[in-house]
Design a protein. Structure first.
Length: 217
């Protein structure tokens, strides 16, 4: 698929900065994803689509009435939940040793004009992913600690680690400790992992809220 033009990118971002219901927001993202195909993760200027994906998924889990991206430098998105407006900064916690762009560029070269070739992983890789989760969360949290977002803003950390059930409980138990460094820097701190959102800090105090949605609903 050809890359989007600068005008198309501008119009897409403008559309995502308007209020939409989470399902409508997801449709916009899905349409763009299908249009872009393999270029979604490697074309420059499309980083905001990650925020769009998170806003759609998290908005649905939170039963938000409407969601949108914010065109200002910060934060990334807003959720309207009932009469409440929540402003969120998004960040991603990934395996620190992973180089996603290189992975997909390599796969693209291997596949040529055909579908991407993704190497299969085994149990040793799953264990490595599980072991990387605490450090990944700490790094993601610390990256946001040095910026002045204001304590009225919220933080969502997307945990992009798939350990296929290996040490699942141990990873969940590290959520609070790994994000304690910014626990008082935001109104609340959530971790999105798969179809579940965990609120681990609320007004500087530990929280145990857990919300989940079946992705097929």
């Amino acid at each position: 698929m050809p890359d989007l033009t600068k005008h198309e990118i501008k119009e897409l971002r403008k559309q995502l900065c308007d209020w939409h219901r989470p399902a409508e927001f997801a449709e916009i993202f899905d349409k763009a994803s299908k249009r872009l195909g393999r270029t979604l993760l490697i074309q420059p200027g499309l980083e905001f689509l990650r925020e769009a994906y998170l806003a759609a998924v998290f908005g649905r889990i939170r039963d938000a009435s409407f969601v949108r991206l914010i065109d200002d430098p910060q934060p990334d998105a807003e959720l309207r939940i009932g009469d409440t407006l929540e402003r969120f900064e998004f960040t991603e916690a990934d395996n620190p040793t992973r180089r996603r762009g290189q992975e997909y560029k390599k796969a693209r070269r291997q596949a040529g004009e055909h579908d991407l070739v993704i190497e299969e992983s085994g149990i040793e890789d799953w264990i490595t992913e599980a072991d990387a989760a605490p450090e990944a969360l700490t790094r993601a949290a610390m990256k946001k600690k040095t910026k002045s977002y204001g304590k009225d803003n919220h933080l969502l950390i997307y945990l992009n680690i798939n350990e296929f059930g290996i040490r699942h409980q141990e990873i969940k138990e590290c959520f609070r400790e790994s994000t304690e460094s910014v626990g008082k820097n935001f109104r609340s701190i959530w971790i999105l992992w798969g179809p579940t959102a965990y609120k681990v800090w609320d007004a500087g105090k530990p929280s145990c809220v857990r919300l989940t949605k079946d992705p097929m609903e």
